[in-house]
Structure formats: C-alpha cells, structure tokens
Design a protein around this ligand. Structure first.
Ligand code: ATP
Ligand code: 4MY
Ligand code: MG
Ligand code: MG
Length: 343
C-alpha cells in the first residue's frame, strides 16, 4: 500500500445484522474515508484478536463469549480503544441500575429540575400480589421487564390501570408510575461530546376520566417511538403534538448528557426524557439505551465521523505523550548512570 493511501485510523465494528444494516451506510463509509478513517467489519465468528489491527473497536454485541473476545483483544492490543467498556454497557441492561445513575447527577443554577418517575422492582409473583409492595405507587403504572438486553421481550411493556390487573404480569419487572407528558418524548442522542435532542411520539396522556372508563385494565405495547409512520395513531401525533411541543432548553439537556456520560463512562448512548405535565419545568428520565439508532439523526454521518477522528486523534496524542515520557525517563536514567560512573 502506498504511504498516502494508508488510513489515519482503522475502526473495527461488531454489530448485530439489523444494527449493521441501519448504521453502516455507504454515506458514512465514504465520509469517514474522506477523513482518513476506515471502517472494517469484525467477523464475530472468528477471534477478534486475530483480526485487524484496529485502532478502535466499536461494538454492540452481548454475551460472555463476546466479553472474553474483547478481553483477549485488549490484552493483545492494550492501546486500542474499545467503545464502550462492556461493564459500563452492562449497567444499562437492568432498568434499575440504568436509572440509579440519575440520582448521582448534580446540576446547579437551573430553573429546570430533573429526576426519574417513582418505581419499584418486583422479582417474584408472591411480591407482585402483596399489596404492601406497591402500596405507595399511584395507578396507572407502566410495567417494564427488569432486563433491558435488546431482546424483543425486553421492550414489551404494559400500561396497567388497576391493581387487579397486576396478576397478569410476569416478574421480574419494574413498576413505574405513568406520568402525563403531552404525548411527546425527547430523545437525547450522545456521541462523545456531541449532544442532539429530537422529539418523538409517546404514549398519550391519561385523564382522570379515562381511568374510570377504560375497557381494558391493562394495555400492552412495544417501542412506541418506533411505530410505523403509516399508522393512523401515528399521524394523529405528528399533527397534534410534535410540531407544537416546545423543546427542553438545550443547555439543560447538554448538562444532563455530560453528567450521564461521565457517570456512566459511556460515549455512545441516548436517553428518553419526558416533561411532567403537572409542572412546566420538571423533566423525568425514563430510559437509557446503548448505541441507539443514530442513523435516524439527520446528518449522523458527520457527527460520527468527527467522533471517530477525535477518538483516533486522542489516542495518537496519548501515545505520543507516553513515548515522550518514556524517552525522557530513559534519558534521565542514562544521565544518572553517567553521573554515577563519573563519581
Ligand atoms: N413513566 C412513564 N410515564 C409515561 N410514559 C412512559 C413512562 N415510561 C415509559 N413511557 C412510554 O413508554 C415508552 C417505552 O418505554 P421505555 O422507553 O422505557 O421502553 P424501551 O423499550 O426501553 O424503549 P427504547 O425503544 O427507547 O429502548 C416510552 O417511549 C414512553 O412513550
Ligand atoms: O432500531 P434502531 O436501530 O433505530 O435503534 C433502537 C435500538 O435498536 P438496535 O440497537 O437493536 O438497532 C434499541 O436497542 P436495544 O434496546 O434493542 O438494544 C434501542 O436503543 C432503541 O432506543 C433504538 O431506537 P432509538 O431510541 O434510537 O429510536
Ligand atoms: Mg425508550
Ligand atoms: Mg430502552
């Protein structure tokens, strides 16, 4: 290969087929290439450490085998970046530990406040049927699978209107108070330093009247914000809510995103925020996802390419600093030796 053809950095990506299809577009590959970054698919059936060499591995795969592959790769190439660390990602695979981090955040000097909805975790059927366990919760509640591992099952939720309906649920689950928020959710996409907030449709508000007239005491749903655009309900949202809904202040969203990024030690994630309809400036974080659907973000190619360049550049800078330090230390010890000998 000619020296001038040599990429500045090579990024190996290990993604499930669906993610690969949506994320790895020609437009991303060619923009990255124009900045000297080559994206290479990792074959997850072969040892990762035998592939490459990579300056960075980008991944969203699950399981112990994959974790071991990353460990082996790190042992062999300690200077390569792994985005992100598997133990940091795992924190998002449980809907309790996922949101615990929100309570660790501190943001000063803002009129807006933030938190999470009231929620409890139920591990078994006996506790589910014990009124003491959920006595403090106000209905309706959303029942969410405790595990959020990306499986279709982990996205299956239910809006539960009555206590009697709880016996239809299968623990382990999280019961989270449903909070009216005007039928619009804010999705905040984080890519390293970059933060982008978009509006999406959400579940409609539930009025006091609705609560008394609902025909079903439990309503199941899955991935509301990704519903097909031809759906009639969907059109209703686009017309009625999305356009008129005011965005949260950008600086506030950025403060939360930066705080979460630091606390979670993650670079690639998004979080869902709703504005509590009872107060104009109270925001609730309800979900955090690792490596979400970035391709839905207009201009995602430029954002991701810049991020790849930053990762490679930071890595090179660190390496140069380390080399400088090493040669300085060597120089000092050699000088020391000369001085010793000349004594
Ligand atoms: N506490 C809540 N109050 C009101 N609506 C909620 C609440 N929790 C969830 N929702 C609604 O349910 C949807 C799904 O919930 P959540 O985001 O937790 O699930 P998910 O399957 O992890 O979503 P994603 O596809 O973003 O990973 C939200 O987008 C929102 O519309
Ligand atoms: O379906 P898309 O690619 O757009 O991305 C979705 C992503 O699915 P994928 O990673 O399997 O592709 C989901 O991840 P898992 O929880 O299932 O792991 C979750 O992060 C959603 O929030 C993403 O939608 P977004 O929040 O961005 O709208
Ligand atoms: Mg969500
Ligand atoms: Mg989620």
């Amino acid at each position: 290969m000619e020296e001038e053809d040599k990429p500045l950095g090579v990024i190996g990506y290990a993604l499930a087929p669906k993610k690969q299809n949506s994320f790895i577009r020609k437009s991303l590959l060619s923009l990255a290439k124009s900045r000297g970054i080559e994206l290479v698919r990792v074959d997850s059936a072969k040892p990762l450490a035998d592939q490459g060499p990579f300056d960075c591995v980008l991944h969203k795969l699950y399981g112990e085998d994959w974790k071991r592959q990353l460990q082996d790769f790190h042992a062999r190439f300690p200077r390569a970046a792994i985005l992100d660390a598997p133990d940091a990602i795992e924190r998002l695979h449980n809907r309790i530990s996922m949101l615990q981090v929100v309570s660790e955040l501190k943001i000063d000097d803002r009129v807006e406040s933030f938190g999470i909805p009231k929620q409890i975790v139920i591990y078994d059927k006996a506790t589910l049927l014990d009124p003491q366990a959920w006595d403090s919760l106000k209905f309706p509640v959303i029942a969410k699978p405790l595990v959020a591992d990306g499986s279709a099952k982990s996205h299956k939720m239910a809006l539960v209107f009555t206590r009697d309906a709880l016996n239809k649920l299968k623990p382990p689950i999280v019961l989270q108070e449903f909070v009216n928020h005007g039928g619009v959710i804010f999705k905040v996409y984080v890519v390293g330093d970059h933060v982008r907030c978009v509006k999406r449709k959400s579940l409609p508000d539930v009025s006091e009247e609705d609560k008394s007239v609902v025909s079903e005491d439990l309503m199941s749903f899955s991935q509301v914000s990704n519903m097909a655009p031809h759906d009639a309900v969907n059109r209703y949202y686009e017309l009625m809510h999305l356009d008129d809904t005011e965005m949260p202040p950008y600086a506030f969203v950025v403060d939360i995103a930066r705080g979460l990024r630091r606390a979670l030690r993650l670079n690639l994630f998004n979080f869902d925020v709703i504005r509590d309809a009872r107060f104009g400036n109270r925001y609730l974080i309800i979900d955090i996802n690792y490596f979400p659907g970035y391709a839905k973000m207009p201009g995602y190619e430029a954002v991701l390419t810049q991020f790849f360049c930053d990762v490679i550049f930071n890595k090179q800078e660190k390496q140069e600093q380390q080399q400088q330090q090493e040669s300085q230390q060597q120089q000092e010890s050699e000088n020391g030796k000369i001085n010793d000998e000349s004594l």
